[in-house]
Structure formats: C-alpha cells, structure tokens
Design a protein around this ligand. Structure first.
Ligand code: FCB
Length: 460
C-alpha cells in the first residue's frame, strides 16, 4: 500500500515555492555563431575547433543556430513556453577582443538588444560571464594557468557590471570551472587542449580567484541583482556498501567537487588529492587568495546530468587515487551518460548539507541528448525519452524541495540544439530542434511538455 502511494504520488508545479524560476540555458559559443561580426575577437574555442581532430567532423561554432541574428525568434519561443528566465553567456571576446585593454561597444550592444527583447517579453536575463570562450590573446599569454588571467577576468567582469548591471537580473561568474581547468588543461578534450595536471590545478585556482575578485568588484558597485557561480560537482555513488567502495567514492569527489566547492565555503583545497600526484605542482595559492575566493555569494548554481558509480581499485602508479568507475544498469543518453534521476535528489541533499544551507540553490543546467528526428512532414519532433528524462528529474528536484532544500529555480539545457563542444552538432540537447541547413526551429514534444509543467497544467 505504502509503495502504491509512493508510486502514485504526483506533483504539479502548482505546489512549487512561490516565485520558482523556470528557465532555459545556453552559452555564447554554442549558439551565437557570427564569430567575426562587429569586432569580436578570437576565442580559444575558435582556435580549438579549427584544430584538425579536436571536434567531430571538424565542426565549429562559426554559424551554429545564428542566435546573434535570430535572437528575436528564440525569445518568442521562450515566451510561448512561459519561460521565466534565459540563462545565456556573454562572450568575452565580443566585449574585449584581446582580453585586456580596449572594450568593444558593439559587443555590449548585442547583449543590450538581447536583454531588451527578453524584458519586452517578460523574461528575466541570467547572464554567465564565462562559459569557456577565453580570448585567444590571453591564452597566448598563458591562459588560466597564468595568474594574470584572473585579474583580466575581474576587469572584464567589472566592465560588464558597468554596462549591463542595470538590466541583468542574475549574474553567474563562471560556468563549470572543473571543465575549463580539467578538460581544458589536463585531459585536453576541451580548449585549449593541454595535457598537464599542474596547469589544470593552477587554472582551477585562478578561475576561482577570478570569480572571487569579480564578486568583490560587483559588491563595490552597489548593484543588487543576485550573483553566484555555477559548478558541476559530482558525488559518485559507491558501488556497494563496503567501506572500501565508500572510501573510494569519497576520494573520487576530491578534484571534481571539493576542489571547487570547499574554497567557496572558506575551506582549504583537498590536500589528499595533491598528495596522490607528488610529481605535479599544487595550486599556486598566494596570501589572501582563499579569502577572496570565499567572497560571499547570493546563490549556488548546480549543473546536473548524471551520477557515476565508483568502486575501490588497487593503488598503483596509473591509479594513485585507487578508484574506478563501474557500469550501472541505467539506460544511457546519446552522450552515453547514465540516466539517474535519484542522483539529482541525492546531489541536492548532499550540497545542501555540505554548505550548511548557506546559499539558495538553482539548477542552472539539466537535460539530455537524444537522437532526435523530425517527422516526415517536418513539423514535429517526438522526443518521448527527453520528456521522461525531464519529468523524472523535475520530480527528484521537487522531492528535495519537499525535504527542505532551498531550490529556487530550474534551467533546462537547452532551449535549442547547438554546438556541443567536442561533439560538434552531433548531439542534440534542445527542447527545440535546429535544422542547421535552413535555420528552421521546430519545437519538440519536450518543449510542449515544459510549457505545460510551467503553466501548472501537467503533473510532474
Ligand atoms: C555542460 C556545459 C554545457 C553543455 C552541457 C551538455 O557541461 O556547461 O555547455 O555542453 O554540458
């Protein structure tokens, strides 16, 4: 009976906290195109995607869905779905083509046009300052492993606060600094494509330092829109309840999670992780850095896609941390990511406890890649797997709210199919289908589902 009640339990968005924010998310390099328009400088993703072998089929973001020119249509799509906020990112090379020195007013103009259009339709503007498109000129001077980049980021952020501060409704300093540092400088599958662990740690530190300095600069402006950061933490699930697997899962969270969240809370970096790699150089922390990184924020943004499973493994030179990922029974998306909605519940509860509930939380990204196809007549796209994915994840998030987590909003990744980094255009995450040949946008079933959830007509 109890089980039946549980299974039958359904929630509608009408039960959500007052003011719950429903949004969709995207990032400049993934959707804007127009990479040489109006004085935009070159970013590390332009360079990387033009490097043979770096991105599937040699795809680049040069055109993508051309949101730079077609934003009114995308804003209308958001309006028609009842979306409350658009999380977009500002392309640093549009604002400051060389990453230092002169600012480009035409770059600011684009974001003013976009935000005006959003506001005209009653949609809030959630601006991310850095979603991976570092000006190439800064990479040429050492990129994020170079401390100076943190100072350059502070200056760029301050200029954005000055020009856009009266119209942006919510600021996010960085998107997923784990990806910028580890995928960009250690694994090498993201721009700039380096493979150096010490560089990744230095990059991670300077990203966080840049975040802290930008946050301090923001406070000095007296602006009042909330400011926060978006992290993609990972708390792997131990494969079994054996203590070795529990300990292995805990170690696996050192770089992905503790490195990024603990300094925001005024806690040190996970020394245990650095000790595991004695040949690498720990992050170059200078006096006062950790205090700056811990500059108070107004919320924490979380991107959640899946929860891996980890088991203990023998410690050796190739595996000094002694853990390995193991398979699970979960169905997988087109990214080969397991679909683990309960992991989102666990994740929210873990973050809430780990942060002592000191910041409200937002899910700033969640969604899935599906092999979507248009119907023969080209007017519809049936994506029942995405509808299921979203429904189950919404439910997990609502359960967390019910169990005391202060979750204030949920941004679905993404409004429209786009350039999925090293996967180019081969992975579709949108609730709107992009026909890249003629730039036609076709809402998928998941778009209509999202509209119904937001309006409160569809049960979750
Ligand atoms: C996240 C990124 C976002 C998008 C999704 C699928 O890691 O922040 O840009 O690529 O994954």
């Amino acid at each position: 009976m109890k089980q039946q009640e549980q299974m039958g339990r359904r929630r509608s968005s009408l039960n959500l906290p007052e003011g719950f924010l429903w949004g969709v998310a995207a990032a400049s390099y993934q959707v804007e195109g127009a990479t040489s328009a109006d004085g935009r400088g070159t970013s590390i993703w332009d360079t990387f995607s033009e490097t043979p072998g770096a991105v599937i089929h040699g795809h680049t973001g040069a055109v993508s869905v051309d949101q730079y020119h077609r934003y009114p249509e995308d804003v209308r799509l958001m309006r028609d779905a009842g979306i409350g906020s658009y999380r977009f990112s500002i392309a640093w090379p549009r604002i400051q083509p060389d990453g230092s020195g002169a600012f480009n007013s035409k770059g600011f103009d684009y974001y003013k046009r976009l935000i005006d259009e959003l506001h005209r339709e009653g949609i809030g503007a959630a601006a991310t300052l850095y979603h991976w498109d570092l000006p190439q000129a800064l990479e040429d001077r050492g990129g994020w492993p170079n401390r100076d980049t943190a100072h350059r980021f502070r200056d760029y952020a301050a200029a954005c606060f000055g020009e856009l501060g009266d119209i942006v409704d919510m600021w996010i300093t960085l998107n997923e600094p784990w990806c910028s540092s580890v995928l960009g400088y250690q694994v090498g599958v993201h721009a700039p494509g380096s493979t150096d662990r010490s560089a990744a740690w230095a990059a991670g530190h300077h990203l966080l330092l840049g975040h802290g300095m930008a946050t301090e600069a923001y406070r000095a402006t007296g602006l009042t829109a909330p400011i926060g950061i978006t992290l993609n933490l990972e708390m792997p699930r131990p494969a079994t309840n054996r203590s070795e697997d529990i300990a292995a899962a805990d170690r696996a969270a050192d770089m992905h999670t503790r490195f990024f969240i603990d300094p925001l809370l005024g806690r040190p970096y996970p020394q245990r992780h650095f000790d595991a790699y004695p040949d690498a150089v720990p992050p170059p922390v200078e006096a006062g850095d950790m205090e700056r990184i811990a500059a108070p924020i107004d919320f924490l943004g979380l991107n959640y896609y899946f929860e891996p499973v980890v088991a203990a493994a023998p410690v050796n030179a190739d595996n000094p941390e002694g853990y390995r990922e193991v398979p699970s029974h979960h169905e997988r998306t087109h990214m080969d990511w397991p679909i683990v909605p309960r992991g989102l519940y666990r994740h929210l509860k873990w973050v809430w406890a780990h942060t002592d509930g000191r910041f409200p939380l937002y899910i700033t990204e969640n969604g899935c890649a599906v092999r979507d196809e248009l119907t023969e007549d080209g007017t519809r796209c049936h994506d029942p797997r995405r509808v299921d994915y979203l429904r189950q994840h919404f439910r997990a998030a609502f359960d967390a709210i019910e169990d005391g987590v202060d979750l204030r909003g949920y941004f679905v990744w993404s409004l429209i199919d786009n350039f999925e980094w090293a996967f180019g255009y081969t992975r579709r995450f949108g609730v709107v289908y992009a026909d890249y040949i003629n730039q036609r946008r076709v809402p998928k079933d998941s778009y209509y589902y999202l509209r119904e959830v937001i309006s409160g007509h569809e049960e979750v």
